[in-house]
Ligand binder design. Structure first.
Ligand SMILES: Cc1ncc(C[n+]2csc(CCOP(=O)(O)OP(=O)(O)O)c2C)c(N)n1
Ligand SMILES: CC(=O)[C@@H](O)[C@H](O)COP(=O)(O)O
Ligand SMILES: [Mg+2]
Length: 618
């Protein structure tokens, strides 16, 4: 076992080149054995084993900086930097993160989770290095999917003026989570077929130098001339024209070739892009056949690739998916927009039924929102389905392009609240805050699966910007009999009592039902109101509750600041200062990875914690 001898960073440099293939095999077996038990981002990691090994072979860690875009493909990097043991507790509370974390290792140069940031961070490192006259290498590793994100181009534009070495590795597996989309993806596909042209590029130079009368100056001129033959025959012109040297494409599963190319890239002054071709899911048949399914997977049976636990109850995404198909069928103006998440948002089924009304814009949340504004002005009813944490990217577009013009755009905000094992970067903690602060925006959250459906109907028939936020995972199927019509800014009375009023929003209604039972068991007669709307607030209901209650308990899976509770406390303070308000919300800190139920306990928003806080407040 070669892997046994890899205990810390740079140990790989001692492995003879002829043993690299064997090491790659052992790493794949290690990944499969562990991720099949814990779950995690499997397919991308299987694809970058040799690429990561070659980078670790050529560069010196932690002095040199490897910056992983998104970071979901950093497992081999973790293995090679002394973190094999961490895989037993991968993505569990207190265990190792699934993404690079500077607090985990000095070899993690930049914390990531959201896409298309690696080149920007890399350029920053390079500028700092050069200003301080230091001497290390900076390598940003970005996938073809991440290269559909606008930030990557802003960074490349900026990188093109660098005078000293900066390496961008483009890990091209022709896949985002699903099939990659758009013009850059087609461009890369053409480049992929150009293997061997790198040698040809050098060959052209060498041949020209042999022609009598053509000296180095002429070759240099030809190399710089935009209309020269290189435009016709040399791949990577898009990058080269920006002043970025293009190397590749290189077979990403050939360690020797990769090592040779990175050694060459190290010597080049200025920015270099190394185009590496890899295969997502490499080495595991089910993942190669279904790379999207194994992009992020729960625990599965290694023998056949099938999930270990059966589907269980429908989740909110399933409900949204079904509702979208229904509304797509009913109204031809309904169109769907996703930023590279057709599977995760449940829009795949809409795409299959209405391909011409489905738009995957790539990992481009900002564009998705402004694009939706254009669709709305053109007479469509766009439904933009984006995860809560990814929609953070497009706050400006929601303000400037949608809400300022008061356009009918529906935001389906999935993964709102604690998502669990992805951790800090992916928790949906802020959407109630950033959505409700925007003028003209209406913000709703359903208590259960039927209410998501009713709210979608309300949103389609509404006119103006409107957001529905719902959590990851199983949809609550309690309180089926409570299905009062959804009316703008109106909450729903569930149980009417006195003294203590529970006022939960969305996913917290289920928790509030448990708290209600605990209080009732003690002889209390609390009130339970399903808030439904964060904006506009149901002020009439607050006025009504103020009459019979001395304590109002707001409950939300969002940070307190600027969220539902803060809106209620603000109103009550101004109009009913005699009523005490207890805000149950997520704390003002980033919430780590782990099982969502355990995270809720730790954050003090589970039923028992809420009950205790009420007892203290009474
Ligand atoms: C801003 C943002 N939007 C969406 C995502 C979800 N996401 C994670 S990985 C990924 C696909 C990345 O594709 P690529 O960079 O090619 O890497 P691969 O998975 O193919 O290795 C997407 C869409 C994200 N992490 N960040
Ligand atoms: C790395 C990344 O951003 C995605 O793969 C994310 O982990 C998907 O999350 P879900 O599993 O909730 O769809
Ligand atoms: Mg990819």
């Amino acid at each position: 076992m070669i892997l046994e001898n890899i205990k810390k960073e740079n140990d790989i440099k001692k492995v003879p080149l002829e043993d690299m293939e064997q090491l790659a095999q052992e790493i794949r077996e290690f990944l499969l054995e562990h991720v099949s038990k814990t779950g995690g981002h499997l397919a991308s990691n299987l694809g970058v084993v040799e690429l990561t090994m070659a980078l670790h072979y050529v560069f010196c860690l932690p002095e040199d900086k490897l910056i992983w875009d998104v970071g979901h493909q950093s497992y081999t990097h973790k293995i090679l930097t002394g973190r094999k043991e961490g895989f037993d507790g991968l993505r569990t509370l207190g265990g190792m993160s699934g993404f690079p974390k500077r607090c985990e290792s000095p070899c993690d140069a930049f914390d990531t989770g959201h896409s298309s940031t690696s080149i920007s961070a890399g350029v920053g490192y390079v500028r700092a290095r050069d200003l301080k006259q230091e001497n290390y290498h900076v390598v940003s590793i970005i996938g073809d999917g991440a290269l559909t994100g606008g930030m990557a181009y802003e960074a490349l534009n900026n990188a093109s003026v660098l005078k000293k070495n900066f390496i961008v590795v483009l890990n091209d597996n022709e896949m985002s989570i699903s099939e990659n989309v758009g013009g850059i993806s087609s461009y890369l596909s053409n480049l992929r077929t150009a293997e061997g042209y790198q040698e040809f590029k050098t060959g052209v130079k060498n041949s020209l130098s042999k022609i009598p009368g053509i000296g180095p100056a002429t070759i240099k001129r030809l190399h710089k001339t935009k209309d020269s033959i290189k435009r016709l025959v040399i791949p990577g012109m898009f990058f080269e024209d920006m002043g970025i040297t293009y190397l590749g494409p290189v077979n990403g599963h050939d360690c020797s070739k990769l090592i040779q190319t990175f050694q060459e890239a190290k010597k080049i002054s200025g920015p270099v892009l190394v185009h590496v071709k890899t295969e997502k899911g490499r080495g595991y048949e089910p993942a190669m056949r279904h790379p999207a399914r194994f992009h992020g997977t729960a625990a599965f049976d290694l023998e056949n690739g099938l999930p270990l636990s059966s589907g269980g109850k429908a989740n909110y995404t399933d409900i949204f998916s079904t509702v979208m198909r229904k509304f797509g069928d009913r109204d031809e103006r309904v169109v769907a927009v996703t930023a590279a998440m057709p599977d995760g948002t449940g829009l795949k089924r809409f795409r299959n039924m209405f391909p011409e009304r489905f738009f995957d814009v790539g990992i481009a949340e900002e564009h998705a929102v402004t694009f939706a504004a254009g669709l709305a002005l053109g007479g469509m009813i766009p439904v933009v389905a984006i995860y809560s944490s990814f929609l953070q990217r497009a706050v400006d577009q929601m303000i400037e392009d949608v809400c300022l013009q008061n356009l009918h755009v529906i935001f389906a905000v999935d993964r709102a609240g604690l998502v669990g094992s992805d951790g800090e970067t992916h928790q949906g903690c802020f959407d109630l805050t950033y959505l409700s602060m925007i003028p003209n925006m209406t913000v709703m959250a359903p208590k259960n699966k039927w209410e998501l459906s009713d709210m979608m109907k309300f949103a389609v028939n509404y006119d103006g910007p409107i957001a529905i936020r719902y959590p990851r995972g199983e949809a609550y199927d309690g309180l089926e009999e409570y299905r009062a019509p959804v009316l703008k800014g109106r909450s729903e009375m569930i149980y009417e009592g006195n003294s203590i009023a529970l006022l939960p929003i969305g996913s917290m209604v289920k928790t509030a039902c448990q708290v209600y039972e605990m209080l009732k068991a003690e002889g209390e007669t609390p009130t339970l109101v399903n808030a439904r709307f964060v904006k506009p607030l149901d002020e009439k209901m607050l006025d009504r509750l103020a009459k019979e209650h001395s304590l109002l308990v707001t409950m939300e899976e969002n940070v307190q600041k600027g969220g539902f509770g803060s809106a209620v406390i603000d109103y009550m303070h101004r109009h009913h200062p005699q009523v005490r308000v207890l805000n149950i919300a997520l704390p003002d800190r980033f919430i780590e990875h782990g099982n969502p139920e355990k995270l809720k306990e730790k954050a003090g928003i589970d039923a028992v914690s809420v009950y205790k806080k009420i007892k203290e407040a009474k």
